[in-house]
Write a protein that binds this ligand. Structure first.
Ligand SMILES: [Zn+2]
Length: 459
């Protein structure tokens, strides 16, 4: 435990960078909104996972691995899931189980540690119903036509503070669904009725299912208590999702303070454009992994932009990241795992998760040949565990035919005095990451850390 590290985080609640003081340093608690499980995670979904994974690693480093509790939910009841089940004819449970595992596999490939708790919404329905009943009893919610709605007028003093808008502004500016049973157009759904073909649970308001927002309030309360340290998520969740979480939690548990620090990551673009299916630049993490882009490369590209700035994914960045990582891994392999990172490197991560600053330091360590500092910094960022990734290691390829070819070319060149073919081959082998050793008796090609056998094709 290195409690002399001062962590500073930009708190959306106060719009300031603040010194982070945990409620209980023995149990630092963080909640991050997780995915709705009906399809593969697209690249943008992965950004908060990586950002908050770095924060989780920092907290574990500073307070000790056993003194941090991180919860991230799976939304496994949602109309998008119902629609996917209806169009595919597959059971809902099958779809959610499959996509949950996909998510864990893909995020694992990006080096994300699994949170301590990964609650599924459908496992917390009784707790959600209890919370909704409590909100009704306290005058913050009302039942109408099989629905239960949160009454924003019952908490005007608090609603909108996180995102910085008043209820009146919201009504004027928002395209809200105006339902006849709503007392105020901004009132949001806590519970809604389910027809027989949809998932539903018995409740005091009839058979139905929860609205989306209530699950995070109910699950964070169950797992982390009425007051915890950090709540994270993408910028796009600030309103209405996080605003509604705050309203539900603060009104159901007025004795608590819900989350002390709110962190939001900015969105992701692709080649300077918003990612969208219509622009044809929409892809999933799985797509990139399938194309042979290693998870560590994706993680590196993410970490090269500060989490509060828009992140632009480009092919060029991925190529450069791969080149850099190949070099660093070859160097880091010379140092032992598990070393203590330099305190100024920890301070960079502690300064509102300045990962790009750490990468700049890594470039310095690499240049200076400080391999111990390089390796420990990469470990802190989650770019490296105990083992160097397999994709970096020189593949086991039989090079004897290439060695014979270069040897023959050289023999011919000795006769003709034309060395152009020898030079061409030597350049090509070097570019493929091979070291060319020539002697009178033969030729030896030795793979380096950056050896790419694909570059030997069509030679
Ligand atoms: Zn949430």
């Amino acid at each position: 435990m290195t409690t002399d590290t001062v962590i500073k985080l930009h708190n959306t609640k106060t719009r300031k960078k603040e010194v982070f003081t945990p409620i209980d340093p023995e149990n630092v608690r963080m909640y991050v909104c997780g995915p709705t499980v009906y399809d593969r995670a697209h690249l943008g979904n992965a950004r908060p996972v990586v950002v908050f994974d770095v924060l989780y690693r920092l907290l574990r480093h500073v307070y000790g691995a056993d003194h941090v509790t991180y919860a991230r939910n799976f939304t496994d009841v949602d109309d998008k899931i119902n629609a996917r089940a209806a169009e595919s004819g597959r059971p809902i449970g099958e779809i959610t189980a499959e996509t949950t595992q996909w998510f864990l596999d893909d995020m694992g490939a990006l080096g994300a540690l699994e949170p301590n708790h990964m609650p599924r919404a459908t496992e917390y329905i009784p707790q959600m119903i209890a919370m909704i009943e409590d909100l009704i009893a306290k005058g913050h919610a009302y039942a109408a036509e099989g629905h239960v709605l949160f009454a924003v007028d019952s908490w005007r003093e608090g609603y909108g503070k996180l995102s910085g808008r008043s209820v009146d502004d919201m009504i004027a500016g928002a395209r809200v669904e105006v339902a006849p049973y709503k007392k105020n157009p901004m009132d949001f759904v806590l519970w809604k009725p389910s027809s027989e073909d949809l998932p539903g649970w018995d409740s005091p308001w009839g058979r139905g299912r929860p609205g989306w927002h209530i699950e995070c309030s109910a699950m964070s309360y169950e797992l982390l208590g009425d007051t915890f340290d950090i709540h994270g998520g993408g910028n796009d969740l600030m309103f209405p999702h996080h605003e509604n979480e705050i309203a539900q939690s603060c009104c159901a548990h007025p004795e608590g303070e819900f989350a002390h620090y709110w962190l939001h990551n900015e969105m992701l673009q692709v080649e300077g454009k918003k990612m969208s299916k219509s622009l044809g630049n929409f892809f999933t993490v799985h797509d990139l992994l399938e194309q042979g882009i290693p998870g560590e490369v994706i993680r590196f590209v993410f970490l090269s932009t500060h989490y509060r700035k828009p992140m632009d994914w480009t092919e060029k960045k991925a190529k450069e990241a791969e080149k850099t990582l190949r070099k660093w891994y070859a160097q880091a392999a010379e140092a032992l795992p598990g070393g203590q990172p330099e305190s100024h490197v920890v301070d960079l991560v502690a300064d509102d998760i300045n990962t790009h600053g750490v990468l700049a330091e890594c470039h310095q360590f690499s240049q200076a040949g400080d391999l111990v500092a390089l390796r420990s910094s990469m470990e802190l960022l989650g770019l490296l565990g105990e083992d160097i990734p397999d994709w970096v290691k020189a593949p086991d390829v039989d090079l004897s035919s290439h060695e014979a070819r270069l040897f023959k070319a050289r023999q011919a060149a000795m006769e003709s005095k034309d060395f152009s073919e020898v030079d061409r081959l030597k350049t090509a082998y070097t570019e493929a990451g091979l070291e060319v050793r020539m002697s009178k008796t033969g030729v030896e090609l030795v793979p380096g850390a950056g050896f790419d056998p694909a570059k030997l094709d069509n030679l």
